[in-house]
Design a protein around this ligand. Structure first.
Ligand code: FMN
Length: 154
């Protein structure tokens, strides 16, 4: 009986996927070594937690999309917002999703460079990257584009 309930909950957890996108501000200039540190721990943890997603850095702003079981995403976000490497974490979009966007990435990374800079500015009403206020439609378009068309630094 209990085993059946746990199995049902487990299946429910797998089915009920959530996507959380937040923006935050780095507390200092982040170099590629700093980003590698974040990526290394993220990829190890996220693979174990069944989390997928993508992390982007532009100027001093992060925008990250996390996907996974509802309670796991919530718990991870609570942990991430405590991290002293950034501040002002603000949820941009949070929604249930039928399937993952970044199913191949335990955590992708996109750091702005000459070639991809236009993507950051493109999905903003003002034409200047503004992750805190990008909203649902721009966030969706931004993450779709970086998944499909960008050279990833990993
Ligand atoms: C911008 C940013 C994004 C992060 N993303 C993740 C992530 O996706 N997964 C993860 O496990 N840790 C992530 N971290 C690191 C966590 O905040 C934390 O340092 C790490 O999970 C280790 O936590 P622990 O020391 O409690 O074990 C991120 C940190 C920052 C600054």
């Amino acid at each position: 009986m209990l085993a059946a309930s746990i199995m049902r909950l487990h299946l429910l957890g797998e089915i009920m996927l959530k996507q959380l996108t937040y923006a935050s501000r780095a507390n200092r200039v982040m170099n590629i070594m700093d980003m590698n540190d974040i990526l290394k721990i993220s990829r190890a943890n996220n693979a174990a937690l069944g989390i997928t997603g993508s992390l982007c850095l532009h100027d001093d702003m992060f925008v990250q999309q996390l996907e996974g079981a509802v309670s796991v995403v919530d718990a991870l976000y609570e942990r991430i917002v405590q991290d002293p490497r950034h501040r002002d974490a603000t949820v941009v979009v949070m929604s249930d999703i039928p399937r993952r966007r970044f199913d191949q990435w335990s955590m992708g990374l996109l750091v702005e460079d000459q070639d991809n800079r236009y993507i950051f500015d493109k999905h903003s009403p003002t034409g200047k990257f503004a992750p805190f206020t990008m909203g649902v439609a721009n966030s969706r378009a931004f993450f779709s584009e970086i998944r499909d068309h960008t050279r990833w630094i990993s």
